[in-house]
Write a protein that binds this ligand. Structure first.
Ligand code: TRP
Ligand code: SF4
Length: 333
């Protein structure tokens, strides 16, 4: 137990979460909430940097994602759960950090050019998109967080946050911000139904709260080791995306049987998938039910997030009072 250590992380509102999100980030957050002083938020302004033309979807996706967080066990009694755009102080700090952040740091950010090329259907030659990591730095240091649990793709952003925090402390001669550490989330990369990385843009996802029938259909249609074209061909579980699911959900004994049966063509892929299915469905069932119950009680969900917003706001305002005093713009007569 180390409630003195503050942990903060955010997710862009992508809507309902898939199993990749669940095992990648969310399970980790749920573990952290028992040990640390945790702040978790929906990065809706960050979503706006790429989806500025479609804000209605962001709003819907925000609540869809929060419902999945709570359905999976993220507990607003344990962690401070809030929405970025409802704590305006993030924007104030973002503005001040913008004054001291060299343009060259942003232009050399690897995700900047990469995403601009990848998302070529959107015009991302905007000021807001270039400033994405400055906003992220503000999110983190406004709570004076010590640890930021993130996946590998976010490491450059946390590194930039550290540089910006150091530069602020240096320029204004005061250790206002602790230098946060990235806590790299070591999670299994769960393949999608086509064997590629699970991703909404590939259309290969299994969703956390998807109906049973639909999960069953997707698993039965999921690609397997391409060498097993016929039932009589032996396969290699290590080349099969279904096996990654067994590793997560099935018992050690079943996993051993699957390995043996697959390599000797002793079992077929449908048999193999039918070993997995009850475990997977058993894991998803309670989350789907919890979500359905929460949806009937949106007032309570919104109240929990509202109190998270208030707690986060108090904390952010304390930091901003110190920041404004440090920069020296406060106390005008
Ligand atoms: N950029 C992060 C992502 O795309 C989301 C994010 C915004 C974030 N602000 C943050 C993550 C602060 C950690 C800390 O996933
Ligand atoms: Fe994959 Fe199972 Fe088929 Fe082997 S038997 S290829 S592990 S689905």
């Amino acid at each position: 137990m180390n409630k003195d250590k503050r942990i903060l992380s955010g997710m862009r509102p992508t809507g309902r979460l898939h199993l990749g999100n669940l095992h990648g980030a969310l399970k980790n957050w749920i573990q952290l909430q028992d040990q640390y002083d945790c702040y978790f938020f929906v990065a809706d302004w960050h979503a706006l940097t790429t989806d500025y033309a479609d804000p209605a979807a962001i709003r819907q996706n925000t609540w869809d994602m929060i419902l999945d967080w709570f359905a999976a066990g993220l507990d607003p009694q344990k962690a401070v759960v809030f929405i970025q755009s409802r704590v305006k102080e993030h924007a104030e700090l973002y503005l001040l950090l913008g004054m001291i952040t060299p343009l060259a740091w942003l232009e050399r950010n690897p995700t900047y050019k990469e995403q601009q090329q990848q998302l070529e259907t959107k015009d991302l030659s905007t000021y807001g998109f270039l400033g994405y990591p400055v906003l992220q730095a503000a999110d983190i240091i406004i709570y004076r967080a010590h640890g930021v649990p993130v996946g590998k793709d976010q490491l450059p952003h946390v590194e930039l946050t550290r540089e910006i925090a150091r530069r602020f402390n240096f320029i204004y001669h005061r250790e206002v911000f602790p230098i946060p550490d990235a806590l790299l989330t070591e999670a299994p990369v769960l393949p999608g139904t086509d064997g590629r990385k699970m991703s909404k843009s590939y259309g290969n996802c299994i969703y956390m709260t998807e109906p049973e029938e639909s999960v069953r259909r997707k698993i039965l249609q999921m690609v397997t080791d391409p060498q097993r074209a016929r039932r009589s061909d032996p396969g290699d579980p290590e080349k099969c995306p279904v096996f990654e699911y067994h590793k997560l959900y099935s018992t050690a004994e079943e996993i051993a049987d699957v390995v043996q049966g697959c390599r000797t063509a002793g079992i077929g892929c449908v048999d193999c998938k039918k070993i997995l299915l009850p475990h997977l469905l058993g894991h998803l069932g309670p989350m789907r039910e919890k979500r359905a119950a929460l949806e009937k009680d949106m007032e309570e969900v919104k109240a929990a997030v509202q109190s998270g917003i208030e707690r986060a706001g108090r904390e952010a305002r304390q930091t901003m009072a110190l920041v404004v005093e440090t920069v020296g713009l406060g106390n005008h007569a």
